[in-house]
Design a protein around this ligand. Structure first.
Ligand code: HEC
Length: 179
């Protein structure tokens, strides 16, 4: 009885210490900083598309590529060891559905790179960067099931951008705690 109490006492003291260590985990802060950076870049790109900001090919391409760099392997690595932690909105499902999580991270990078690859030079956004009518049905209720690896080489920059944003939302819906 006495021993059991001591063990429970030990457990109770150990748990909060572990939680504090995890809260301070730099990887959580780092992945949240990456997410915030992607969010800022996505907003900037959407302003280029909407015309709120004049098109600037150099900035546009490098911003799109930056999401390519922050997605993929880098994003996956940020969730490889620490999943749930104090101060984190990551859901335990990340550890249980790695294949799905990793695929979304890779898709994000693939779409982001196509946003850049489909971008033109110059200081006006040409119509070939814009979503084509055939692309508008893709991903809709009557769309064919997407292939395992999305064939994005032919996507217009804008379509790739929409697919990229959809990937942010799909991953958050499955793997991020709702506020
Ligand atoms: C593969 C999954 C995945 C993808 C893709 C993804 N996110 Fe996240 N995102 C998460 C997870 C998980 C968290 C919670 C991280 C945490 O709190 O530890 C998160 C958190 C965030 C946050 C909150 C950061 C904070 O300060 O707490 C923002 C903002 C965000 N994501 C934006 C984006 C944007 C924009 C994109 C697309 C360009 C994106 N995310 C793509 C999984 C993803």
């Amino acid at each position: 009885m006495h021993i059991a109490k001591t063990v429970i006492g030990l457990l109770l003291t150990v748990i909060p210490v572990a939680a504090v260590t995890r809260e301070a985990d730099p990887v959580v802060r780092e992945r949240q900083a990456d997410m915030k950076a992607m969010s800022a870049v996505a907003k900037s790109l959407s302003e280029f598309f909407s015309g709120k900001k004049p098109y600037d090919a150099m900035v546009f391409k490098s911003q799109a590529r930056s999401i390519g760099d922050l997605g993929g392997e880098r994003l996956i690595t940020h969730f490889a060891d620490v999943v749930t932690a104090d101060g984190s909105q990551a859901r335990v499902e990340i550890g249980l559905e790695r294949t799905k999580f990793d695929k979304l991270a890779h898709d994000l990078a693939i779409y982001a790179r196509q946003v850049a690859a489909g971008a033109s030079d110059g200081d006006t956004m040409p119509s070939k960067m814009r979503m084509r009518p055939a692309e508008m049905t893709e991903g809709g209720p009557f769309a064919r099931k997407r292939k395992e690896a999305p064939d994005v080489d032919s996507y217009s920059s804008e379509h790739a951008f929409h697919m990229m944003l959809q990937t942010c939302s799909t991953c958050h819906a499955a793997f991020r705690v709702r506020r």
